[in-house]
Design a protein around this ligand. Structure first.
Ligand code: FES
Length: 135
């Protein structure tokens, strides 16, 4: 059965009909609000997603660094890359690859978990069908 739900922190007001149109996806919030915030953590059934609006594009990743699991939401964003605040590994916001790390060749920091998204009726949706979400 497809998982269809609103993110825990989404502002109320989006219609159930619109949610039904995008089965297997989760509404993360209105694009205008998410774009204004630049970055925002959305909690969905125990899963934390980091929503980033940078250079007029949304990127959604799980809020855990692939290196050692540090939170990414306070990382530095520059030139379509995100630097983890824990050990400064840097990741591409285009494909999630590790692009550099101090004393470590690119690629050894793992890869961000990129979440596919799309915009429907002014809301940003994340495709989470591969995740089992807690109720
Ligand atoms: S936990 Fe992110 S670089 Fe180590």
């Amino acid at each position: 059965m497809p998982i269809v739900r609103m993110a825990d922190s989404v502002v109320a007001g989006h219609t159930a009909a619109a949610v039904d149109d995008v089965a297997d996806e989760v509404a993360l919030g209105p694009v205008t609000d998410l774009a204004r915030r630049k970055r925002h953590v959305v909690a969905i059934g125990g899963l934390e997603l980091l929503v980033i609006f940078h250079r007029k594009r949304f990127t959604v990743v799980t809020n855990r660094c692939p290196h050692r699991g540090g939170r990414l939401d306070t990382g530095h964003i520059r030139w379509r890359t995100l630097t983890c605040p824990q050990h400064a590994y840097r990741y591409s916001l285009v494909d999630g690859r590790s692009v550099a790390a101090p004393g470590c060749a690119a690629g050894r920091g793992g890869r961000l978990t990129m979440i596919p998204t799309r915009v429907v009726d002014g809301f940003l949706y994340a495709s989470l069908d591969r995740y089992r979400l807690a109720d």
